[in-house]
Design a protein around this ligand. Sequence first.
Ligand SMILES: [Zn+2]
Length: 414
Amino acid sequence: MNLFIRNISQLVTVAARGKRVKTGSDMRDLGIIADAGVLCREGRIAWVGTMGEWNQKLPHDFSELDAAGMVVLPGFVDSHTHAMFAGDRSGEFALRSQGATYQKIAQQGGGILGTIRHVRAAGKRELKRTTSHYIAEMMRLGTTTVEVKSGYGLDMASEVKMLEAINELEQEEMMTVVPTFLGAHAVPPEFKNDVSAYVALIVEKVLPYVGKKKLAKFCDVFCEKEYFEVAESERILNEGKRCGMLPKVHAEELSLSGGAELAARVGAISADHLERVGELGIAAMRKAGVVAALLPGVSFFLNHGYAPARTLIDSNVPVAIASDFNPGSCMSFSMPLMMTIACTQMNMTPEEAITAATLNGAAALNLSATVGSIEVGKDADLIAAEIPDYKFLAYYFGTNHVRKTIKHGTLLEY
Ligand SMILES: [Zn+2]
């Protein structure tokens, strides 16, 4: 299907002009075109320009969408989610509201261990149905590419079940769904006193199988004291690379533990969280070109301090923002909400927040050659929002401004 979007009041292209990712002041350059048009042909962007430049003589083999009064921008790329899970943690949320900490709830067998019990008991069909429901809602909120991690199974069969389900959703859904293996998300209860035996299981059995079956694009680890130490994380990520998966790291969330330097050392595509990152980690990430994937919703929901977004951007580390949607520490996948939190709590500008949620999110998934900006040749993944200016996306919060989502050139019905 071919589609011409005409009379766009404000087109936010986030044009990368051949770059993989934006850093520093470049993050504030949104490549805005007023009174614009975009032609989508066979799923790709075929033309971008002003309505004055539009050549009416082209063969009229497209349907049209009038975007007068709308801001059009690239679909959001949510580069970090745990959107496949079973059960909920609303009870834990209520306990936290009365002062219980996330770590205390986990020590009492709640938290992630509760989700793991539910996921192990759930069938693949049930997991898919729940995630499919979330994906439909994400698209209404403007997300067109989402990464989904395993990591609530923590045994061979349950991790493979999750990854197979995520891969099937990628085939069945309009959304681009990127699978990540996160077997080292937590230490499962049966290995409570023997982390090294669990690491050996991941390295010797699970990763080779996941690699052979091509079930995951990335291998991620939760690098943290009392979870997976730096040396254990490094062993898992190196084996993941050997099995064909690019490394990602949950780094420096609860303590400064060297996860950012680890990400740089193993050539990770992104280091995520970074609430406690230090100067050495920032320098190492800049040198290695690791994307900092920040998760504003987690700090907001757990009330545990924000990543130093301003320092990272001013140090020329490429910054992305993602939702980290999961039942325990961020029960939201609204990318506009993440942008609002990034602006109000992390001192990012609205322009930086948009770049972080689009092009740099795509870079955190190694996909910025095809998505994340509105440029000729890229996938026609766009959204139209009924707002007078792009700044309203973060500024006017708590409501959905997205009126149209276009995925691979197809206008979604909802
Ligand atoms: Zn996470």
